[in-house]
Design a protein around this ligand. Structure first.
Ligand code: PEP
Length: 259
């Protein structure tokens, strides 16, 4: 991480937690992390819990995000949720193009582009995900895949728009597998992402951009990742479902941040 960028740790709860369980979890997080101010903290519950959590988290240092959105504002789009509805419910962030969305719900760089634009239009901070599959890494295509994802996901963006985006680098082979990328592997990908975005949007934009790592982040590996120059935080799945483990991740990230 660099002192230019405030670290951000985001919990992606995926399809987990009833409203009651979600309230219980953030109530514990509020207590465990009440004094934390050097790391930004966000939780992304299922849609159904956002509104209730926004009341529990009012005036707290923990902020709320959603896990997806649709790019249209309203209309005949059964099952979809727009950026303005998320905003109204209390979300400030939204994860876009997570590999599970790409894999199971056929999201493409084009839909990720539309969703990222829709998030910005509605004043939500997009956390836009990129990352290669294991077969792509093994066949030496990692950087080509990431470059294509960046080009497609941010096509037509201005530097001013890009400045409002958070990018999450999530190698798909590391998500939910317990196989974390080594700090050197993650740094190599993050530096590549920053360099590519600098080519398109300028060095100043790229220098300010927060790039999170995601993939089996735990309390015992976050510090080594955060010591890398271009790693500005983490998108955490499994380990964000338990209050103590999420709080430990935040605290270990903070130890690196205040050095
Ligand atoms: C994720 O869902 O974005 C993720 C990185 O999951 P996990 O931490 O469980 O690997």
């Amino acid at each position: 991480m660099s002192p230019l960028r405030k670290p951000i740790i985001v919990g992606n709860w995926k399809l987990n937690k009833t409203i009651k369980e979600a309230i219980n979890l953030v109530t514990q997080l509020k207590r465990l992390l009440a004094d934390m101010d050097v790391v930004d903290m966000v939780v992304c519950p299922p849609f159904t819990a956002i509104s209730d959590l926004s009341e529990v988290l009012m005036e707290s240092n923990i902020r709320l995000g959603a896990q997806d959105l649709y790019w249209e504002e309203k209309g005949a789009f059964t099952g979809e949720v727009s950026g303005s509805l998320l905003k109204e419910a209390g979300a400030e962030f939204v994860v876009i193009g997570h590999s599970e969305r790409r894999q199971f719900f056929h999201e493409t760089n084009e839909t990720v582009n539309k969703k990222t634009k829709a998030a910005l239009r509605n004043g939500l901070c997009p956390i836009t995900c990129v990352g290669e599959l294991l077969a792509e890494r093994e066949s030496g295509k990692t950087f080509q895949v990431i470059e294509n994802q960046l080009k497609g996901s941010f096509a037509g963006f201005s530097p001013a728009e890009m400045k409002q985006v958070i990018v999450a680098y999530e190698p798909v082979w590391a998500i939910g597998t317990g196989k974390v990328a080594s700090p050197a592997q993650a740094q190599e990908a993050h530096a590549f992402i920053r360099r590519k975005l600098a080519e398109t949007f300028g060095q100043e934009t790229a220098n300010g951009l927060r790039i999170q790592y995601g993939g089996s982040v735990k309390a015992d590996n976050i510090a080594d990742l955060m010591r890398e120059a271009d790693i500005d935080g983490a998108l955490v799945g499994g380990a964000s479902l338990d209050a103590q483990s999420f709080a430990d991740i935040v605290r270990n990230a903070a130890l690196v941040a205040v050095k």
